[in-house]
Design a binder for this molecule. Structure first.
Ligand code: ADP
Length: 167
């Protein structure tokens, strides 16, 4: 079975086969990690994203990596936290599952995720970390190609929350 790693760092610098972008439903860029990925990948990424005409929450779309060290970028809009009774948990699990499915279909062995929905979208961090790690573990049981999934945490608090979930 594949392995899960948790590191602290900037996902735009990670040399994985695919990195995941915590996008919004327009897929046309935004703040946080989305803005950082678009800046680092370069303007051609907008052209590639435009063709999708958006993406529903929990689904995922794939583009090339352009100027990033990663080969592919998988864009998934995570759920906005509305208090927990709007299917947020399932939608967050869908973002991880659907991103990993696309990675597997594109023959990616290594995949890196940011902490989806726990920034501007305000999903509670511990709850998000538990869902993320559970969903990744479950996926790795039947993955064909993906064999290493790294959570790339931007700050110490996020790093601690995911680190706690992998043991
Ligand atoms: P969302 O809208 O899904 O909540 P955000 O981008 O606001 O997405 O935040 C998601 C997480 O990504 C937060 O933990 C934020 O600190 C983190 N983040 C921001 N920039 C980067 C980066 N360059 N690499 C990795 N994580 C990042």
């Amino acid at each position: 079975m594949g392995q899960i790693k948790v590191i602290k760092g900037d996902i735009t610098k990670v040399k994985a086969d695919a990195i995941v972008n915590a996008a919004n439903t327009t897929l046309m860029g935004g703040g946080g990690v989305d803005g950082a990925i678009h800046r680092a990948a370069g303007p051609a990424l907008y052209g590639a994203c435009e063709k999708f005409h958006g993406c529903p929450t929990g689904e995922a779309r794939i583009t090339g990596g352009f100027n990033l060290p990663a080969k592919f970028i998988i864009h998934t809009p995570g759920p906005v936290w509305h208090g927990g009774n709007s299917n947020e948990d399932q939608l967050l699990a869908n973002s991880y599952h659907n991103s990993l499915t696309l990675a597997d279909q594109h023959l990616c062995e290594t995949v890196a995720f940011p902490s989806i929905s726990t920034g501007v979208y305000a999903f509670p961090l511990e709850r998000a970390a538990e869902i993320a790690i559970k969903t990744i573990k479950k996926f790795l049981l039947t993955a064909q190609i993906v064999n290493e999934v790294t959570m790339v945490c931007f700050d110490e608090k996020t790093f601690a929350a995911y680190q706690q979930q992998i043991y």
